[in-house]
Design a protein around this ligand. Structure first.
Ligand SMILES: [Zn+2]
Length: 115
């Protein structure tokens, strides 16, 4: 039955949810800061690599946080956790649309091929 399969698929997604508080929303940007004078590193054209986490909110509001180099790997992991969680939530919501449909309509509107 389609409903059972949907529930099964939903349980499978639930089991894969990264259950962690280590979540971050946003984008990690790499920027190079160059001093105009008095810095040997910048004089050699190297510049300084800095990392900025940008987080956008509704209404076009954006917050920026500078991220220390030693925390970049951690931040990337937290961002990945968030993406994974978000994708799973979206997929579960899509499955729940199927569960909202009346049984008959679900059977009629289902895929042609059944295994
Ligand atoms: Zn410099």
């Amino acid at each position: 039955m389609i409903r059972d399969r949907t529930l099964q698929a939903r349980d499978k997604l639930l089991g894969k949810l990264p259950v962690t508080g280590e979540l971050l929303r946003g984008t990690l940007l790499e920027r190079v800061v160059r001093h105009k004078s008095g810095c040997p590193k910048c004089a050699r054209g190297e510049g300084h690599q800095v990392y900025v986490l940008t987080v956008s909110y509704g209404g076009g509001r954006v917050r920026q946080f500078s991220v220390r180099r030693e925390r970049v790997a951690e931040v990337r992991r937290w961002l990945a956790n968030y993406q994974e969680l978000k994708e799973a939530i979206e997929a579960i919501c899509e499955l729940n649309h199927d569960l909202l449909r009346p049984e008959k309509a679900a059977a009629k509107g289902g895929r042609k091929k059944r295994d």
